[in-house]
Design a binder for this molecule. Structure first.
Ligand SMILES: Nc1ncnc2c1ncn2[C@@H]1O[C@H](COP(=O)(O)OP(=O)(O)O)[C@@H](O)[C@H]1O
Ligand SMILES: [Mg+2]
Length: 332
């Protein structure tokens, strides 16, 4: 990959302390994000998938400095964000914005959309006058495919898809370079989902954005992502380009996520892999490989030793004893 690295995340950890019922027992923690390392390149879309509870939102919140990491390093454009000045910190946080699943929850119901957008624009000082803020508001509405009348309406007057367009406009008001979209289309109907995904693609071209696109469903991220990162119980199980994620050398967990995609075409008929049981507790994750208790390929070693993260190619890394052997090309 030739483009510049925007983010370098190394050995990132986020633990939440769990209140103990007994005063004297050992302290308990949820390991929501555990030893996560990845890079983000300018102009790419990195998809993050994994079932609910795998640590995707905590990872995004930690990278965006909305919650402090328990360990590890986050380098943004060559600078360690825990060591930059306050002013630089502000610049970093406005250049990376998050778009949530339900923008309605964060919109003031008593404020017209136009006023809400003007406020966001003014707070971030990207314009010099009220008139300019109003002009920019109308330009933003147009950019996300809404009519200018939308400025005079209240949040409850919009449908789910339109509200997500407003959420996107509000994030763009601050002129970010990187958008973290956390389950941003997950609550929408499939047809509306496709429209919003198209909008994301158009905006990426037009504004030269970089995306981190998070979803529990691989079907959602696959059309938009250049690379995909698969998380399970706080750890990265696999990271690869889109085509490598759909190859024949994958983590069994990735295989199970892939098999859950309903293919409309007959050629790609694949047996559905249904995982046994629920996600284990992140307070006491399984010994060995985290996925061993639900893995349909697990062997004795998987219950004993945690697999290393092994490079299968320049762009493909995997944490699995079995896939590593099957893949054959891995060097340790
Ligand atoms: N503030 C918190 N306090 C305690 N545990 C948390 C907190 N936030 C998240 N968790 C736990 O961390 C794990 C990962 O959660 P989350 O990042 O929301 O996963 P995902 O977004 O993949 O569904 C879950 O077990 C969740 O219960
Ligand atoms: Mg989440």
């Amino acid at each position: 990959m030739l483009s510049e690295k925007i983010l370098e995340v190394s050995n990132l950890e986020k633990r939440f302390h769990i209140k103990n019922s007994s005063l004297f027992g050992p302290k308990k923690y949820v390991h929501a994000v555990d030893d996560v390392s990845f890079d983000l390149y300018e102009g790419e879309t990195l998809g993050i998938v994994g079932e609910s509870g795998s640590g995707k939102s905590t990872l995004a919140r930690t990278v965006l400095n909305l919650t402090k990491p328990s360990g590890g390093k986050i380098i943004y454009r060559g600078k360690d964000i825990s060591k930059v000045s306050r002013r630089e910190q502000k610049e970093v946080s406005s250049s990376m914005q998050m778009i949530f699943q339900d923008p309605y929850a964060s919109l003031n119901p008593k404020l017209k959309i136009g006023s809400a957008l003007c406020e966001a624009i003014e707070v971030h000082g990207v314009v010099s006058s009220k008139k300019e803020a109003r002009e920019r508001t109308l330009a933003l509405l147009d950019l996300v495919g809404l009519q200018s009348e939308a400025a005079e309406r209240y949040p409850h007057e919009f449908s789910g898809g339109q509200r997500q367009r407003i959420g996107i406009a509000r994030a763009l008001a601050i002129q970010p370079q990187v958008l973290f979209c956390d389950e941003s289309v997950s609550a929408l109907d499939v047809s509306v989902q496709a429209q919003i995904l198209n909008l994301f693609n158009e905006l990426k071209e037009e504004l030269k954005l970089t995306y981190v696109f998070i979803a529990h469903d691989l079907a959602v991220v696959r059309y938009i992502s250049d690379r995909i990162l698969v998380m399970y119980l706080g750890k990265i199980m696999e990271i690869a380009t889109y085509s490598e994620i759909f190859s024949d050398k994958n983590h069994p967990y990735t295989e199970s996520l892939r098999s859950a995609i309903l293919e409309p075409t007959t050629e790609a008929k694949q047996e559905r892999i249904i995982l046994k049981g629920d996600l284990p507790s992140p307070i006491s994750p399984p010994a060995g490989c985290r996925f061993c208790t639900r893995c349909f390929k697990a062997e004795a070693i998987c219950f004993e030793e945690e697999p290393d993260f092994v490079q299968m190619s320049d762009t493909h890394a995997i944490r699995c004893h079995i896939a590593k052997v099957e893949g054959g090309s891995a060097d340790e």
